[in-house]
Design a protein. Structure first.
Length: 283
């Protein structure tokens, strides 16, 4: 009986510093591993090629506050859900509790979710509503990109060869207001989204002074809805939900038919999801 040979030690590395990790990655031929919840299911039996394990890098884990938030790319969804964060980040924490089951949340990481670049990635709409940036590190240095510029399409990012997604950065100015995340699936848990919405709304004197709304699973990448955001400004708490119109929501989206839902169903459903998210964010 033919048996595959076991991977050698040369096929696996777990560096202890970010500098060592970027030096290895610069040599080429490595696949980056954090939680492995996306990497391993698509790899088949054995290791998926040469694996560079980032779980030994302390600077890639944890959430630090100070002029905004810095979330290490290897921070798990369970850690994000369990950390005390401002109300503006509530949508991100709600999404964290809906990324797969508990086992996935304990292993899966925010950086892996972004690098996998699925149109249905639960973490993306809340981060777009928080004006998130990504910090990319390589042997050549560090660069920062808006998350909206990092995500290029289904399974496509602006990550260059030799770069590691080190952190997600949320500016202090985006940590105001309240937020909510609403997800529609074929069942209540353990489901890939048919559509999802994150809304962050800032109130002063009982009226909306700012809004950020993002929709996922209805375009090649999640998108903000600037027209809807502008329409909300000036609305009262009671009247905010009524400012959301179907035409303005649907104009920014390009849903497709797939095994989970038709494009038409997505177009109709997402309008109600935006209204619910706005109502919850202002409540």
């Amino acid at each position: 009986m033919h048996m595959n040979s076991a991977p050698s030690v040369r096929d696996y590395a777990r560096p202890g510093t970010l500098a060592a990790a970027t030096e290895l990655l610069a040599q080429g031929g490595w696949r980056v591993l954090a939680g492995g919840t996306d990497l391993y299911p698509g790899a088949g039996p054995g290791l998926p090629g040469r694996v560079l394990d980032l779980t030994g890098l302390p600077e890639l884990s944890g959430i630090m506050e100070g002029r905004g938030l810095r979330i290490g790319a290897a921070t798990t969804w369970a850690a994000i859900a369990g950390t005390k964060l401002p109300p503006a980040a509530r949508a991100l924490q709600q999404a964290a509790r809906q990324v797969g089951g508990q086992q996935v949340q304990n292993a899966g990481t925010i950086g892996g979710n972004l690098c996998n670049a699925s149109p249905a990635a639960d973490g993306v709409p809340p981060l777009l509503a928080l004006e998130a940036e990504v910090e990319l590190v390589s042997a050549a240095g560090v660069r920062r990109l808006l998350l909206a510029e990092f995500l290029l399409g289904p399974r496509r990012t602006a990550l260059r060869p030799g770069e590691i997604l080190a952190a997600v950065l949320i500016p202090e100015a985006a940590l105001c207001g309240g937020s909510a995340f609403v997800k529609l699936g074929a069942r209540s848990h353990l489901v890939i989204s048919i559509a999802m919405v994150a809304a962050r709304v800032v109130l002063e004197g009982g009226r909306v002074t700012g809004a950020a709304i993002a929709v996922g699973s209805c375009s090649p990448v999640a998108v903000r809805l600037p027209t809807v955001e502008a329409a909300l400004v000036g609305a009262s708490v009671a009247g905010a939900e009524g400012r959301v119109t179907a035409a303005e929501v649907q104009a920014a989206l390009s849903p497709i038919d797939d095994v989970r839902a038709t494009a038409g169903y997505r177009r109709a459903a997402v309008v109600e999801l935006v209204r619910r998210a706005v109502a919850e964010a202002v409540a």
